[in-house]
Design a protein. Sequence first.
Length: 175
Amino acid sequence: MEIFDWDSIQIVETHDDEGRIALMSENQICELLGLTEEDITNIPAQGFDCRMDEQGHDNELGQDNDGAAISTSDAILGEMVISYDKNNPSMDLGTVYPTMEEFKMAVRQFAINKEFDLGTEKSCKTRYRAYCKSGDKDCPCPWRINGTKHKGQSTVEVNKFLFPFINCTYQKKLI
């Protein structure tokens, strides 16, 4: 194999009719470097002679593999993927959140959505307890939620949820 002197390459910008920098296809680059088709086996026959924004996607998911020999995915086998609606989080028993901070934010968003004053009974690295501060001494709102961090992980699970929040007595008095 010949040694190639990369310092001898001169880059010359060429522009198309509209003033944009013209891009070279992979086949044109191979030809310029003196590589023959026998030397290269993974160059697809289509897709490289057009501009990036004109290239189609390889599959219905919108992934642009451009003839990759092996399809790729960022998914890791056995990895738990947690997704939830940050604007309307679920506080059902057993719901899992990625971190304690995200769980606290979800509880705060829940309180905003349901329009009640949120109180914190306990907050540490492994547990979070919150309650509705609405109501009065004679008739406090019974709504409570507890979240506990899973041992050895960053995930947090709603493990106690008392009284699904509909409208507390304090809110009913305002109406």
